[in-house]
Write a new protein. Structure first.
Length: 363
């Protein structure tokens, strides 16, 4: 097969390219130029592009560079900024996967005659007994990335390869050392690639939007403090709220963006019995039908969070309500939510947390 491998300059994509070449595929590496601004983190720095190019040279494969900076700004950066204005949680890495790696890149690969696109994500694609493609968890539980690539449907899964999904992270690094790859000991990227370590989120947003001051109130409406930047406040936050110490710990339980108000309360006020999810993408349309009959699932709401038990109430083809088996801390609006089968092995669907649901008392 002729495979286009997305090479970010990290060890996982480096080994992904090596594994495919060793398996006899015709491999071409590509690095996407996404962010044209300042970057000293993530996978968008100049040094990352250089690392990818040099690894391609070591592997004796061609290396391309695609400039998708306009698409990145439109689908990742601009929504990230607007999410802070609207008071919802952005998902820049997930949106980059959705719009760039598994949309624009796959589109370009097809135009160039490639049979598949591959990335270094720690996930696997397998067929079940009925022949349905399943996005399954990676072999390394601690590094599993099925959550961040949950948006792949059957057509996209059929065109995608995850060559290191069957390896643990330690095995990936061992393989890189064996091959003498320059990325063998390179640290994993942990941060949003367009947010610099020196300036941080506050500086990045402050250069693009005006911050609004907001009052901090208790759940009964009485004043408690003030914040200088409503756009930087998130559900569950404890610090930087301008409230005096002492007494029970106080958390942000509501961000009222239209009225420039932050509501705080004790931890019990964060717990919910359910959450509504919109913009659902099903891995296989048959799962929608099956869950209308048997709604038991496991649900993961952050990249490295645990999957917890719940039942699903289908509200429509692209919306549903999750009823938790046990009350859970509120999921901030905008956060990605991914459904797994009951044995926690493969993705069923994913979507975006939306409106709040009934509070519960937890002691």
């Amino acid at each position: 097969m002729k495979v286009l491998v997305a090479m970010s300059g990290g060890v996982d994509s480096s080994v992904a390219a090596a594994e495919l070449k060793a398996a006899g595929h015709e491999v071409v590496g590509v690095t996407m130029r996404l962010w044209g601004g300042e970057s000293d983190t993530g996978c968008c720095s100049v040094s990352d592009v250089d690392d990818a190019r040099r690894v391609a040279q070591q592997l004796n494969i061609d290396h391309l560079v695609f400039n998708f900076s306009d698409d990145f700004d439109k689908h990742v950066v601009a929504p990230y900024v607007q999410a802070h204005v609207d008071g919802i949680t952005p998902n820049p890495c997930i949106e980059c996967n959705r719009h760039l790696k598994f949309d624009r890149l796959s589109e370009r690969a097809r135009l160039l005659g490639f049979d598949a696109v591959a990335t270094g994500h720690h996930a696997r694609i397998e067929r079940d007994d009925e022949g349905t493609l399943r996005l399954t968890r990676g072999a390394d539980d601690a590094k599993d990335q099925s959550y961040v690539v949950h948006m792949l449907d059957q057509a996209e899964l059929a065109y995608t390869m995850f060559p290191v999904g069957h390896l643990t992270k330690a095995q990936v690094r061992e393989r890189a050392v064996e091959l003498g790859l320059r990325t063998a000991t390179k640290p994993d990227s942990q941060d949003v690639c367009f947010i610099s370590k020196t300036g941080g989120r506050e500086t990045f947003l402050g250069n693009r939007i005006p911050f609004r001051k907001a009052e901090v109130v208790n759940e009964d409406g009485t004043p408690a403090g003030k914040v200088e930047a409503l756009e930087l406040v998130t559900i569950g936050q404890r610090k930087g709220l301008g409230i005096p110490g002492g007494g029970p710990k106080q958390y942000v339980v509501e961000v009222d963006t239209p009225n420039a108000r932050v509501v705080i309360g004790e931890e019990a006020s964060l717990y919910r019995n359910s959450v509504d999810v919109a913009q659902i993408i099903w891995s296989d349309s048959g799962d929608l039908e099956r869950l209308m009959t048997t709604g038991d699932v496991l649900v993961q709401s952050s990249a490295h969070g645990a999957a917890v038990s719940a039942t699903v109430e289908i509200l429509g083809p692209d919306s549903l309500r999750i009823h938790w088996a046990q009350p859970q801390r509120r999921i901030a609006p905008g956060q990605s939510i991914v459904l797994y089968n009951t044995i926690n092995s493969y993705v069923l669907a994913g979507g975006i947390a939306c409106q709040d649901s009934t509070k519960v008392s937890v002691h």
